[in-house]
Ligand binder design. Structure first.
Ligand code: ZN
Length: 100
């Protein structure tokens, strides 16, 4: 219940942050739709593109994320060729994840 509220707040926040959107013109929204996310996971075979781990080979402990290759904050678009599958560990190690 609480988590749902936080999600809603984050979504609203993204829409109202205009400072970064002025410097970079995006054709796409930052949010990755569930449909697009699933398409990327399918394309990448549900495997982390960085370390090659997959929840299908290892029981538990692997959480896959779909992430921008060129960060959205640096002008990357939310399109299939700029998205890739990464496990939670690789994704959080990137350093750009909180660059809002
Ligand atoms: Zn990984």
């Amino acid at each position: 219940m609480d988590e749902e509220q936080i999600d809603n707040n984050l979504t609203e926040g993204n829409d109202t942050i205009k400072s970064t959107e002025k410097t970079i013109r995006h054709k796409t929204k930052r949010e990755i739709s569930d449909r697009l996310r699933f398409r990327i996971l399918m394309r990448d075979g549900f495997t982390c593109k960085k370390c090659g781990r997959s929840p299908m080979n290892e029981m538990g402990g692997i959480e896959l994320h779909v992430d921008h290759i060129l960060p959205w904050s640096k002008g990357g678009e939310t399109v299939q060729n700029n998205l890739e599958t990464k496990c939670k560990k690789c994704n959080l190690g990137k350093g750009n994840a909180f660059n809002a």
